[in-house]
Design a binder for this molecule. Structure first.
Ligand code: SD4
Length: 321
C-alpha cells in the first residue's frame, strides 16, 4: 500500500503523555503503529506513580495486583488479551504476543502467567509499597467513613495510526481498586475496552468496565465512524446513547470515557465525567494534553494549563496519609 505522511496517536489520560510523545516521534519516522502503541503503554506500565496500570497498580480486595491488558492489530483484526495476571512486568507485551497466536489468544490467571514466563516475558513483583499504603488507607476509609472502595481507576488505552495507514490499539490496567479477586473489566475485552479496524478507525475506553461492557462501546464507536460519522460525532453519540439506555433501563450509569481516531488521523473524545484528560499527537498537531468535559450532548475540551499539570504532579507523588 502506498504510504501517506499522515500519522496519529491518542491515549486516555494525562499519564500517557510522555509515552505518546516518544511514540509520535517513532510514527513521524515511519515506524509501525504496533511498536508505537506498545511503546507508549509500556512507558505507563513501568512508571510506579501511576497507580492504576502495571507496576505500582492498585491491588484487589485481598491486596494482590491483578492486571488486564489487550492488543489489537487493525489490519488483520488479530486480538490478544490477558486478564487477572499477577507479577508480569509488561502485560501489554504479552497481549501482543498472544495476538499472534491462532488459538488461545485470550488467557487468564495462572495459565496466562505460565505461558508468558515460558515465552521469556519478565516476571516482576508488581505491588509497590506506595500501592500497599493506598490499599491500607482505602480499607480504613471504607470501614470508618463508608466511602466506596471502588472509586479511583484509570486505564491506559493507546491508539496509533502509522504512515502505512495501519492502526493498532493497546490497553493495560490494574482494573478497579479493591475489586474482587478474579474480577475482569472491559479493558481486555474486544469491542468494549478497545477496537481497531484500519479500514475505518479505532476506539478505546476507560471508566467503569461493568457499564462500558453493556454497550460494547469501542466497537460501537468504530461502527458509527464506518457509517460516515466524524470521530467526534461517533464518540459523542455512542457514549450519550449508552448512558441514556443505562439510565432508563439499568437505573444508573458509571463513568464512561472514550477516545477514538479514524484512519485519516482525525480524533474524537467523549466523556460523562468532568476533567477527563487525554493525550494526543498527529502529523499536524503537536503532542498535547487536553481536559474534556460534557455540556449537553457534546464533549468539549481545552488544553491542560500549567496549574492543572502542577497539581496533577503533586497529587500523584504526594505522601499517602
Ligand atoms: C475496568 N475500565 O477495569 C477499567 C478501569 C478503568 O478508569 O479504566 N477505569 O473497569
Amino acid at each position: 500500500m502506498q504510504s501517506s505522511s499522515n500519522w496519529g496517536i491518542i491515549a486516555t489520560w494525562r499519564m500517557a503523555y510522555e509515552g505518546i510523545s516518544e511514540s509520535a516521534q517513532m510514527l513521524a519516522e515511519d515506524q509501525d503503529s504496533t511498536r508505537a502503541a506498545l511503546h507508549a503503554v509500556t512507558r505507563v506500565e513501568d512508571y510506579p506513580y501511576y497507580k492504576s496500570v502495571g507496576y505500582g497498580g492498585l491491588p484487589n480486595e485481598c491486596g494482590e495486583v491483578e492486571l488486564d491488558a489487550a492488543f489489537m492489530n487493525g489490519d488483520t483484526l488479530a486480538v490478544g488479551a490477558l486478564a487477572g495476571v499477577k507479577d508480569l512486568a509488561n502485560p501489554v507485551l504479552v497481549a501482543e504476543a498472544l495476538s499472534r497466536e491462532r488459538f488461545n489468544s485470550f488467557m487468564v490467571g495462572e495459565g496466562a502467567r505460565e505461558w508468558a514466563l515460558r515465552q521469556g516475558f519478565e516476571e516482576k513483583p508488581m505491588l509497590t509499597e506506595r500501592a500497599q499504603q493506598h490499599y491500607v488507607k482505602r480499607r480504613r476509609e471504607t470501614i470508618d467513613r463508608g466511602l466506596s472502595p471502588y472509586a479511583g481507576h484509570d486505564t491506559v488505552g493507546v491508539i496509533a495510526l502509522d504512515q502505512q495507514r495501519k492502526m493498532s490499539v493497546a490497553t493495560s490496567t490494574s482494573g478497579l481498586f479493591m475489586k474482587r479477586p478474579g474480577r475482569v473489566g472491559d479493558s481486555p475485552v474486544s469491542g468494549s475496552g478497545f477496537y481497531a479496524d484500519s479500514h475505518i478507525g479505532a476506539a478505546t475506553a476507560t471508566g467503569l468496565g461493568e457499564d462500558l461492557m453493556k454497550g460494547c462501546i469501542s466497537y460501537e464507536i468504530v461502527r458509527r465512524m464506518g457509517d460516515g460519522l466524524s470521530a467526534q460525532q461517533a464518540a459523542d453519540s455512542a457514549v450519550w446513547d449508552l448512558e441514556q439506555r443505562l439510565l432508563e433501563r439499568y437505573g444508573r450509569a458509571g463513568d464512561l470515557s472514550l477516545v477514538c481516531m479514524n484512519n485519516r488521523g482525525e480524533f474524537g473524545v467523549a466523556t460523562n465525567i468532568d476533567n477527563f484528560s487525554f493525550s494526543v499527537a498527529t502529523a499536524t498537531h503537536p503532542s498535547t494534553i487536553y481536559l474534556a468535559w460534557r455540556e449537553g450532548k457534546r464533549t468539549h475540551y481545552r488544553e491542560a494549563d500549567q496549574e492543572w499539570l502542577d497539581a496533577y504532579q503533586d497529587r500523584i507523588t504526594a505522601v499517602v496519609s
